[in-house]
Design a protein around this ligand. Sequence first.
Ligand code: RB5
Length: 145
Amino acid sequence: MIVSLGADHAGFKLKEEIKAHLLSKGYQVLDEGTFDEGRCDYPDFAKKAAYDVIEGKASFGILCCGTGEGISISANKIKGVRCGIGYDPEVSALTRQHNNANMIAFGARFMKVDDVLKSVDAFLTTPFEGGRHNARVEKINELEK
Ligand code: RB5
């Protein structure tokens, strides 16, 4: 499975932790930057990772900024993206199960690395439940029109 990663300067170190974790588990990674702690703008990296996902170059996208907020808001502006904030591992699984999220965002300044890695695992291994959630996700898609 290919996973696209994007982060701003505040999320850079957390992205590197996630990248090492994913590679150690056998995932392929598309690293869309940023590549150092120099100040930059999170929408640029949200956009790159989001297009990897909606164009089918990656199955899922993982985003990091200081709070997880700006980079998820940015990604959710792009048609076809459903990006949740993985504020704990159970919620990270639920955003797949109920919302069929294709991206997840983390806040490097407020989340512990170990918890984030658990959330990453939960997100990537939990299937969409379908059923009653199908119509709701379809209504999200309708909002894009
Ligand atoms: C950068 O200082 C910070 O504003 C950004 O990483 C993020 O937290 C925005 O939502």
